[in-house]
Design a protein around this ligand. Structure first.
Ligand SMILES: [Zn+2]
Length: 146
């Protein structure tokens, strides 16, 4: 078996390879071995099978890597969405807290107004009673009892 490293393209991953500069493909780690035309059919078949198996492994690991990458992207997207929702909830909570404070103030004002109205009603009642007493006294003075 003659080892030469003059491949132009990696037989496994189709990466372009510089002449004789490296012994392994930098992309798929395939050993860049070339057998001469004089090599036995068995050796050629052996190498073909080896390339085929390595290619399968390479493609499988590639698709796994892609799948992992896709999942990472979707996890990142979900995390981003989660962060956005969390800050939206935070804003809504703070708005709710403000509204609740406003509501408490309005409620307090309403209660205060109700209290004042009750006091006015009581005062009106007292005034009416006093007026009645005054009227009664006037009548008593003007018309003495028999
Ligand atoms: Zn390769």
């Amino acid at each position: 078996m003659t080892t030469e490293t003059h491949n132009q393209i990696c037989p496994v991953c189709d990466s372009p390879i510089k002449n004789g500069s490296i012994e392994f493909c930098p992309k798929c780690n395939w050993e860049l071995v070339v057998i001469t035309n004089q090599a036995s059919t068995e050796l050629k078949q052996y190498l073909d099978t080896k390339i085929k198996l390595h290619k399968e492994t390479f493609l499988k690991s590639n698709s796994l890597r892609e799948e992992v990458s896709l999942r990472i992207h979707s996890i990142e997207a979900l995390e981003k969405e989660n962060n956005e929702l969390t800050s939206k909830i935070k804003i809504l909570n703070s708005e709710l807290s403000n509204k609740s404070e406003e509501f408490q103030k309005v409620k307090a004002k309403a209660e205060d107004t109700q209290e004042k109205q009750n006091k006015i009603l009581k005062l009106e009642k007292i005034i009416i009673e006093l007026e009645a007493k005054v009227e009664h006294l006037k009548i008593n003075k003007l018309i003495p009892p028999i």
